[in-house]
Design a protein around this ligand. Structure first.
Ligand code: GLV
Ligand code: MG
Length: 349
């Protein structure tokens, strides 16, 4: 037998580690807001950000200078100990598996704040073997430090090999929380010719047909990330985990960021990263369902209480499948409404 029998998935990987979750905890995660934990000024802002963002992530990997890696790790621990995060998730992005920092990142964090840490984001994941290694290590550390709930793993999809193995990564462990697209590393890994972090590219498009009478032809810009996001969503949703768009690097282009986030939302992503405070509200707006859509979805659910049959609403055909579409929107709206009284009112919930 080369595959793990189903029941084995739900046994802890270390004696004394908490039992793996059978279902993911339900949480609203519209934006994963990154902070650099070695910067004292940023740490000081965390208490006021609790409740304003869905997830706070202390970044230990790329963008943290090599000589600040230990300060970032210590700063994260200090911030985690000092802050009550309430319903805001606490995540970290550790350094990658072959780096000199990974082992101390994971061992020190779980020892000091294992009970507060919800999710470990693992960069540069290439296959299920990377997840298995972290899964086992976390189980050992949870057991040693008497951690009460499993710490989840979130993979960054940012290597060509990772994309090749995306389904196997998504299915690697019940500890998998989800996956984010990492467009910068992925572009480099694939040999894509762009210096941008996410977003479109003006040269990637389809040229309108030439006309007999001649004249200028329009290049319709296409989404460089469409294929990968769609593939990631299918891999994640079929494995019962969540897909996310990652970073949008041009902080001066709010409209470009919003368009990229919205494509991800429409394709099935649950959220995106915010790397700058201005991106928090963009993500909040985009990854909360539109009030008009919610009200229409509520009409569908009301018109088909048992979710079967066919009805017409405002001239549009509804059946069992559209009932399921409506439920996706209403379930998300309820989660948003539980955190935001203004949204509750706008949704009519
Ligand atoms: C994120 O880590 C990226 O590489 O885009
Ligand atoms: Mg990266």
């Amino acid at each position: 037998m080369t595959t793990k029998p189903p029941r084995k998935f739900f046994e802890p990987l270390a004696i004394g580690a908490p039992a793996p979750y059978r279902d993911l905890p339900v949480r609203l995660e519209r934006m994963i807001h990154f902070f650099p934990p070695h910067v004292e000024k940023m740490r000081a802002k965390l208490p006021e950000m609790v409740g304003q963002v869905d997830v706070l992530l202390g970044n230990l990997e790329d963008a943290i200078p090599a000589d600040q890696k230990e300060a970032a790790r210590k700063g994260f621990i200090a911030a985690a100990q000092a802050t009550d995060f309430g319903s805001t998730g606490l995540w970290t992005r550790v350094n990658c598996l072959n780096s000199p920092w990974f082992l101390d990142d994971v061992t020190e964090l779980v020892a000091a704040v294992g009970d507060k840490l919800d999710v470990v984001m693992l960069p540069k994941v290439e296959g299920p073997w990377d997840i298995h290694f972290l899964d086992q290590l976390l189980a050992q550390l949870e057991a040693r430090h008497n951690v009460k709930k499993p710490i989840l793993i979130h993979a960054i999809l940012e290597t060509a090999l990772g994309v090749e193995n995306v389904s196997a990564i998504a299915q690697a462990s019940p500890r998998m929380h989800g996956m984010s697209l990492g467009p910068a590393d992925l572009a480099a890994s694939r040999g894509m010719k762009t210096t941008r972090v996410g977003g479109g590219h003006p040269f990637y498009g389809v040229l309108e047909d030439a006309r007999a009478e001649g004249g200028p032809r329009t290049l319709f810009q296409q989404d460089l990330w469409h294929y990968t996001v769609a593939r990631m969503v299918d891999a994640c949703q079929s494995a019962g985990i969540k897909a996310f768009y990652g970073p949008y690097g041009d902080f001066s282009d709010a409209a470009g960021c919003e368009a990229q986030f919205r494509n991800a939302f429409l394709l099935g992503c649950a959220g995106a990263w915010s790397l700058h405070p201005s991106q928090i509200n963009i993500a909040k707006r985009v990854f909360s369902p539109d009030a008009g859509e919610v009200r229409f979805a509520l009409k569908i659910l009301e018109a088909m209480p048992d979710g079967t049959g066919a009805v017409m609403i405002d001239g549009k055909m509804q059946d069992d499948a559209t009932w399921k579409q409506a439920k996706v929107i209403v379930d998300l709206a309820r989660a948003v409404a539980a955190r935001d009284p203004a949204a509750k009112e706008a949704y009519g919930l």
